[in-house]
Design a protein around this ligand. Structure first.
Ligand code: PLP
Length: 386
């Protein structure tokens, strides 16, 4: 079955009630038919049996199974948030004395893990510039365990050639980990380009309506088993309720991503020549510096675009204040269009130099284009620019 069908049709075995829609297993623990079965469940870590919802839960498993089908992955683990997925992955595969090579353009909290916490635990990092992929290989050291990248990046929308990075990782034996949150598996499947693990903040497009937090990591079975043990023992597991919301949401992910991308391209084209903007950046606009790579590895341009207001920081704030319909919030991937101003919000803790290094200029506005009628989105942006 095509992953789009699997996102709709994969469902755990019906209960005796013969429900059509998937049930929610809101339970902390599970019972055993005998003391022997209970003992066996604790003896063998890999036994496919539910013990406790920190370890596994049928609703969570259904959500993970769908993401695996969509990403073409062998197995997966769900977590309470996207950051829990990222942090658990780092903690499972990196230890004292190890080194990680990462794009500098990563989500703000991921940057905080690299700069504030990893040095404390004796893990070092090197940052590469997404627009200089030729510098990556030289950064690999004998203790480099992992190469980490987000493409498209948040919020700079930089794109890097996944197949090229996959090749470097294969040559040097390091794990290749991709945060695929901006594209989603409906648009980009990093495992096909050599990724060992793919991470998502399910909070974004996977939910698609801004209701719940969630994270998920999928990839090679042997790696996922290690990660599963880490999550099961340290506790950043996904709530079954959130998994139920998310597994229902995945049924429409492909349709939604097509519409997000169609709207985003229409908005990007309408704004491209606006006199108050110094640039509009969208992966599927030919003016995007990595347009050719986007066309190669993404099936559409996704739902996020950015633009730079000529008036800088003050213009960014005035623009947000002038919006009438578009929401001013820092989430993304919602059915409702959202605008945010990274320099004064999500990335305000970075120094100006750090902001610039990851493509955040003072007047940069990030728009997560929703599913409203596209002309209403354009009209609101244009009136706010005025
Ligand atoms: C690319 C990316 N990765 C990870 C995260 C973190 O996800 P969460 O907020 O679910 O912890 C975000 C959140 O905005 C994100 O945009």
């Amino acid at each position: 079955m095509h992953p789009q069908t699997q996102a709709i049709r994969l469902q755990r075995k019906r209960t005796n009630e013969l429900e059509h829609s998937t049930p929610l297993f809101l339970t902390s623990s599970f019972v055993y038919e005998s003391a022997e079965n209970m003992a066996a469940a604790f003896t063998d870590d890999s036994l496919e049996v539910n013990i406790y919802s920190r370890f596994s839960n049928p609703t969570v498993d259904e959500f993970v199974g769908k993401v695996c089908a969509m990403e073409g992955a062998e197995d997966g683990v769900a977590t309470g948030t996207g950051m829990a997925a990222i942090f658990s992955t780092f903690m499972t595969f990196l230890g004292q004395g190890d080194h990680i090579v990462s794009a500098s353009a990563v989500f703000g909290s991921t940057h905080t893990i690299f700069t504030k916490y990893m040095p404390k635990w004796g893990i070092s990092y090197s940052y590469f510039d997404m627009s200089k992929p030729e510098t990556v290989e030289a950064m690999i050291q004998s203790n480099t365990k992992m190469l980490y990248v987000e493409t498209p990046s948040n919020p700079g929308l930089d794109i890097i050639d996944l197949a090229f990075l996959g090749e470097i990782c294969r040559k040097h034996g390091s794990l290749f980990v991709v945060d695929n949150c901006f594209a989603t598996p409906a648009v980009q499947r990093p495992i096909e380009f050599g990724a060992d693990l793919v991470i998502h903040s399910a909070t974004k497009f996977m939910d698609g309506q801004g209701r719940v937090l969630g994270g998920v990591v999928v990839g090679r079975e042997d790696l996922i088993h290690e990660l599963y043990l880490m999550v099961r023992n340290t506790g950043p597991s996904m709530s079954p309720f959130n998994a139920w919301v998310l597994t229902k949401s995945l049924e429409t992910l492909y349709l939604r991503m097509d519409k997000h991308a169609e709207n985003a391209l229409a908005v990007a084209k309408a704004l491209e020549s606006h006199p108050q903007l110094s640039f509009v950046k969208y992966p599927y606009l030919p003016s995007h510096p990595h347009y050719d790579i986007a066309r190669k590895q993404m099936s559409n341009g996704g739902g996020i675009l950015t633009f730079e207001l000529k008036g800088g920081l003050d213009a960014g704030r005035s623009f947000l204040n002038a919006l009438k319909m578009i929401s001013m919030t820092n989430n993304l991937g919602d059915s409702r269009t959202i605008a945010s101003h990274p320099a004064s919000t999500t990335h305000s803790k970075l120094s100006s130099a750090e902001q610039l290094a990851v493509g955040i200029t003072p007047g940069l506005v990030r728009v997560s284009v929703g599913l409203e009628y596209y002309q209403d989105i354009i009209d609101d942006i244009v009136q706010a620019l005025g």
